[in-house]
Design a protein around this ligand. Sequence first.
Ligand SMILES: Cc1cc2nc3c(=O)[nH]c(=O)nc-3n(C[C@H](O)[C@H](O)[C@H](O)COP(=O)(O)OP(=O)(O)OC[C@H]3O[C@@H](n4cnc5c(N)ncnc54)[C@H](O)[C@@H]3O)c2cc1C
Ligand code: SF4
Ligand code: SF4
Ligand code: SF4
Length: 354
Amino acid sequence: MSERPKIFGHLMTDVIRKGTCVSCGACAAVCPVNSIELRDGTPTLVGLCVACQMCYWNCPIAVFDVTGMEEEVFGRARTEEEAAIGVHQTICAVQAKDGEILGRAQDGGAVSAILCQFLADGGDGAVVTGVEDDRPWAARPLVVSSKEEVLKGAGTKYTSSPTLVGVGSAVYEYAKEKIAVVGTPCQMRGLRKIETGDRSDARIKDAVALRIGVFCMETFAYPSFMEYLKKEGVDASIVDKFEIKSGRFIAHQEGEVVHDVKLGTVKELVRACCHTCGDFTAEFSDLSVGNVGSPDGWSTVIVRNEIGEKILKAAEKNGLVEVKPVEDGKSGLGIIRRLSKRKKKNAEKSGGEA
Ligand SMILES: Cc1cc2nc3c(=O)[nH]c(=O)nc-3n(C[C@H](O)[C@H](O)[C@H](O)COP(=O)(O)OP(=O)(O)OC[C@H]3O[C@@H](n4cnc5c(N)ncnc54)[C@H](O)[C@@H]3O)c2cc1C
Ligand code: SF4
Ligand code: SF4
Ligand code: SF4
């Protein structure tokens, strides 16, 4: 007997009801009849289902073959030495040279500066993460096409955004033909699913030219995050930067630190799905960017393939960024590997993929 088609109901039982949906938006982006919406991060069937199976087979949580995907996108599986952080060529520290970018960015402004290079090279758009107008720090996808707009997305939001809904919108609504996508490790996995395999989305696949993943240890559930800040007397609407650094969770207002606690204090705000996630460094991107491993004010960049190498070299040649080696010791490459291994171990303990 042939197997039943895997349609939205299977996503409900295999992913959403199990609490492992990461709210990446891949299912909504590929539904050909626009019948899936993310409501407060939860994929919801809002129209007719034509049983095409696209949502199920493009979900990075329902099915994801790490080695198969590495072979497909990088041409080889990771070596033993790459076990913790995935296939890569080089790792370096990067800082934007433009003071405006540096002033608005989370760390060294590598992501925003590289996006500016991408747009200068003929890219007609990028999908980044901004915030909603009426809910402070509620992350949402933004389709941008200028430096000014790129900077609207600069800085880290510690809540989740359905980035791949933004990718669908960039391609199908804004008719973009050459885009860059910035996202968390889970979103990079969803993006690769959409771009590969028998059920890939041809228009999205043709349009995506650059994938920048950001390192990610966790995101907070929005309602719990807001409740926590209120309880602690922090007015989220006037916080200009949140950061997680050296095991502490810190909030800044007008350059002043207004909240500074041990990371353990906010662990209960972490979304359930993040506990089963073992990818810290966005292993399926072209370039992965984080702060650990580099000095303050710099970004650590993992170059994974030729696409990443080419754009970083162009940004350096055109004076957009400065590039230097990352230290080999405990506070450089060592900490990136250590955190990656720890995340994989914790994910395994929680029943997720290492
Ligand atoms: C949820 C989250 C957790 C992180 N945790 C760590 C960590 O534990 N250790 C570490 O070293 N680095 C972590 N990072 C990465 C770090 O915070 C910076 O994003 C990275 O160093 C790049 O800095 P930058 O100055 O080059 O980027 P910028 O030039 O400031 O650009 C940042 C880019 O990230 C995008 N972005 C912001 N928030 C989100 C989001 N919620 N989802 C998807 N994209 C987003 C923005 O749209 C922007 O394009 C995390 C990032 C996120 C989003
Ligand atoms: S039409 Fe296809 S993509 Fe949309 S809900 Fe049904 S099976 Fe999923
Ligand atoms: S594709 Fe993404 S948003 Fe949709 S069910 Fe899977 S994890 Fe959730
Ligand atoms: S921890 Fe994993 S699942 Fe959670 S937001 Fe980060 S990449 Fe996605």
